[in-house]
Design a protein around this ligand. Sequence first.
Ligand SMILES: Cc1cc2nc3c(=O)[nH]c(=O)nc-3n(C[C@H](O)[C@H](O)[C@H](O)COP(=O)(O)OP(=O)(O)OC[C@H]3O[C@@H](n4cnc5c(N)ncnc54)[C@H](O)[C@@H]3O)c2cc1C
Length: 673
Amino acid sequence: MPIATLDEFLARSNSPDSPFDYLIIGGGTAGLVVAHRLTENANISVGVIEAGLYHGRSDEKPILHTPGLIGLAVNNPLYDWILRSVPQANGNNRILPFPRGKCLGGSSLINYLGHTRPSKDEYDALEASFNNTGWTWDTLLEYMKKSESFSQYEVIESRGRAAPPGSYVPKPDAAVHGTHGPILHSQPPPWPPYDPKEAENEGSNLNRVFLQAMDQLGVPANPEPCGGYNIGCAKPLMTIDPKSSLRSSSVSGYLEPIVDSRPNLLVLTGATVTRVLFENTDNSGKPKAVGVELYTSNHNARTQIRNIRREVILSTGTFKTPQILECSGLGNPAILNPLGVECIVDLPGVGGNLQDHSAVSFIGEVDPRYVTADILLEPDGLNKHQKLFDERKDGLLADTSSQALCYLSLDHVTKVTGTPHNTIVNQLEQQSREYINKLNPSPAVQRGYEKQRQLLTKWLSERTQAQIEIINFSGHLPINGLSPDITSRKRYFTLTACLVHPFSRGTVQHVPTPLSSSTESQPRIDPNVLSHPLDATLLLQGMEFILHLTETEPYKSAIKSWIFPSELSSIDLKEALKPNADHSLKAQVNDILEAHLRSSVRTTYHPVGTAAMMSKEDGGVVDDRLRVYGVDGLRVADLSVLPYIISAHTVSAAFAVGERAAELVLEDYAASS
Ligand SMILES: Cc1cc2nc3c(=O)[nH]c(=O)nc-3n(C[C@H](O)[C@H](O)[C@H](O)COP(=O)(O)OP(=O)(O)OC[C@H]3O[C@@H](n4cnc5c(N)ncnc54)[C@H](O)[C@@H]3O)c2cc1C
């Protein structure tokens, strides 16, 4: 695939007859969607600048493209920015990892492949509660469909007919899935397969055990979680090509098919944009974005790209977009001035409002008859599954260790834990008032937060809105430095409780690096995890739910011992979880859970919100056409624009934001041509 050199890129941007109309910064998930759609019009010239590299077509890098190997690209500087938080006061001062894709394809090339969608109300609230015209479930559904291809209706139906009782049998609704989009979706076959002749261990699928136990707890399977109602258990769709069983990403779907055939598109890699350049910064009119400054490590120098005819579009993601805005003089003057950056537009919301799903995992050993991802860590197991994958596109490598997940309303959770709903939400008003005052001195930002808080509070009591997600991973996730014992061929489960709608808000801020430095400057990330007291209360409810799940058959019989937290092994959980349990036994469990929360809470890599699409008076950074307030010629198209986090893993939203951004740009192009 032709990637331009810096000289070629500069030559194009300086050429009098074909400079770029649009310059997209960040060739990640949403950025490549915008590049693809804009260059469908041969009259529009587009440049893309990506800090990472291009890593070849799908069959060239198993570590990126084989589903069963997910996670191996994380922490590898070839593919990952390897960002880190500041120490978290409410998490025992630990530093939390924030992986982010650094490559063409961005985070869609290193993520865990799950494809989920939020509830209808969550997308409708973008318009209804925040006045973002055209941002509703109905419009976003069309963008999600436009980005995707799903075609396995018959395969799933026939597979369902052979499914043993308790298996998850999806019933995809053709009305909510796209069939002609660039991102391929599939439902990988379960492993071990349903056919008893092929199964070495029929009845050894831990996901089935999870679903059966959930059913016992009154949480049914949701056969179509993508249609606007996501409560219940599901085995999610995956961004996996059903023919090759390889990852489908923004680079394989949106870029590779067109890059050789569209002369109006030029891609530069290995170049990190440091700031946006403006004209009219002398108060002679609105500042107008005309180019960018970038840094290339192989030249160890900064260069300027100018002459952008129409717009610069930032698609650098939730952490880098606010950093670039701040470096460009857009942000809170009280933050910019000490950094030595002249503030050209006072936008106090830049870099605030950071949200992510916080999460806590539990790990235990299960009966060795269960087929779990741990097998792939054993040389003979890996060989066997590599052969299955190479010959039949099957086995553990064709899927992501068969995740099954479940979205639960607060009502579902508290029915199981027995905690009265009131005791959870009674303190909320008072706690939130105190929280807002501490959050940010800007009245605009406080107003925006208060609007979000009202929405989140309403959703707390709705049975159609998820508050907790439980993820079942068949295997031992490498968490808190723990790794599985592979020599003795043990098998494990990891159950994770995620907080879906956190009340806490964090920040991302630029940290200056000397111009001569050879390292790229990383932002200061403070997710401020569990800073709102309700978040800890809610997450503890999710954690207690997991204990009930593990005390429910058939999950209970599958478990041999607790690994993480190991203290659970010495507790009679059956007694402790009874409604009339002995007070001191209950207190012992609560102490274990509280300590586990503080020592292991992390996030699930779904950050949003740092350039929020809200009115400027509410601390917003972009309007509903994604234009940055106070300047001309600058838009944001990535997940930093979502004002609040949704009850879904976020890649489907990133594709939808990219599709919508492209349409908005094209509408404005048509109107002004
Ligand atoms: C490890 C991991 C697992 C995940 N698992 C899932 C999952 O299973 N399901 C799901 O739905 N979601 C998942 N997500 C989340 C999802 O992938 C992201 O939310 C989504 O891809 C973000 O898209 P984006 O366009 O906002 O940003 P990105 O895709 O991150 O794109 C930003 C791009 O900008 C580039 N860039 C940044 N700064 C600069 C600069 N200064 N100059 C030039 N280029 C720059 C980056 O290198 C990157 O290519 C996961 C994420 C991670 C990291």
